[in-house]
Write a protein that binds this ligand. Structure first.
Ligand code: SF4
Length: 328
């Protein structure tokens, strides 16, 4: 077993409370009480992929599909900037309308309209090296590409694509100079937490996204059991201890599976929140998993509630762009 492998195993065997305390201390040492806010825009729920765990998979015919227009996206970012947000994340399914030249034109539009005084993160899956490079040149600073599971066989069975292709794409992002984010789902049937953490450790990401698997009724995994929040808390805490400088969100999925899930993740070393700042109508349709919270209010109204939740764990909402400290 490698050094990081045996360290990970030690952390996996540690009582959760102790692990969370250590991770919280490590997080506060780097970021103090700051919890960075990212304005999230879920710009399309069309997807050509058919991932077995995902509610917006291609074969879910019951889902009403939407795409935000470039004007709607620009308008939402403008409102976010007006409220002081300095970091935006645009994500969507694998949608031909958000790939290649169209995606590059969108990045150009955003930077030409609003300048460069804020961080811009894209998450649109595996794209060509040239597209990643052009997006970076157009002003996209960060890119999120979760691998979801480190088990190559399970990965192919669930996603229909090769894990190696995703890892290669992630390495391209790093080589080009992005703040590169990856991560995984905890509790997928047949998956291994230690393997996921070992792959994560080998990738040395700047941002780490980890959330629980929540079975969706319109997917092949609808009858799989949900393992609750604990594996996610453990994975978040271990990620913080492995990478003290990484930006790690307390995900909406954590808040969905347990009412105070985001607060617990923030107490386990997470330092980012990503409220969806889109409209209620779109939020409800971006249903990766069932029961998603915060979909009955328009985006910006979630921020007050979030800031109260953050204060309850002795942290504070922070509007700065929040680069990964390992990069500055
Ligand atoms: S996980 Fe991503 S790529 Fe897979 S079906 Fe869902 S949105 Fe599409």
């Amino acid at each position: 077993m490698s050094n990081s492998g045996s360290l990970i195993q030690d952390y996996i065997n540690m009582p959760l409370n102790e692990l969370m305390e250590r991770a919280d201390t490590a997080c506060r040492k780097v970021y103090g009480s700051a919890v960075f806010i990212r304005g999230l825009l879920e710009v399309t729920n069309y997807c050509t992929m058919n991932c077995a765990y995902c509610g917006i998979r291609r074969d879910n015919a019951k889902l009403l599909r939407y795409r935000m227009s470039n004007e709607e996206i620009l308008q939402t970012i403008k409102q976010g900037l007006h409220r002081g947000i300095k970091s935006f994340v645009l994500q969507g399914g694998v949608d031909p309308e958000f790939q290649g030249s169209k995606l590059i034109a969108l990045a150009d539009d955003i930077r030409n309209s609003f300048g460069s005084d804020f961080a811009l993160t894209f998450s649109f899956g595996v794209l060509s090296y040239d597209t990643y490079r052009a997006l970076f040149a157009a002003g996209v600073n960060r890119y999120l590409l979760r691998f979801e599971t480190a088990d190559a066989t399970l990965h192919e069975a669930l996603k229909g694509t090769e894990l190696s292709e995703r890892i290669r794409a992630f390495m391209h992002l790093k080589e080009i100079g992005y703040e590169a984010g990856t991560g995984f789902m905890t509790g997928l049937p047949g998956d291994s937490l230690s393997s996921n953490l070992e792959l994560l450790a080998s990738l040395e990401p700047d941002m780490i996204g980890i959330g629980p698997f929540i079975p969706h009724p319109e997917t092949p995994l609808k009858h799989a059991s949900c393992q609750g929040l604990e594996p996610t808390l453990r994975a978040v805490a271990i990620s913080r201890l492995l990478f003290p400088y990484a930006n790690i969100p307390a995900t909406t999925a954590a808040g969905t599976i347990e009412q105070n899930g985001r607060e617990l993740a923030l107490s386990a070393g997470a330092n980012v929140v990503m409220p969806n700042i889109g409209t209620k109508a779109y939020k409800q349709l971006y249903e990766l998993y069932p029961g998603k919270i915060c979909v009955s209010e328009d985006g910006f109204s979630c921020i007050n509630c979030l800031s109260v939740r953050i204060r309850s764990v002795n942290k504070n909402l922070d509007y700065r762009r929040g680069n990964s400290r390992g990069r500055v």
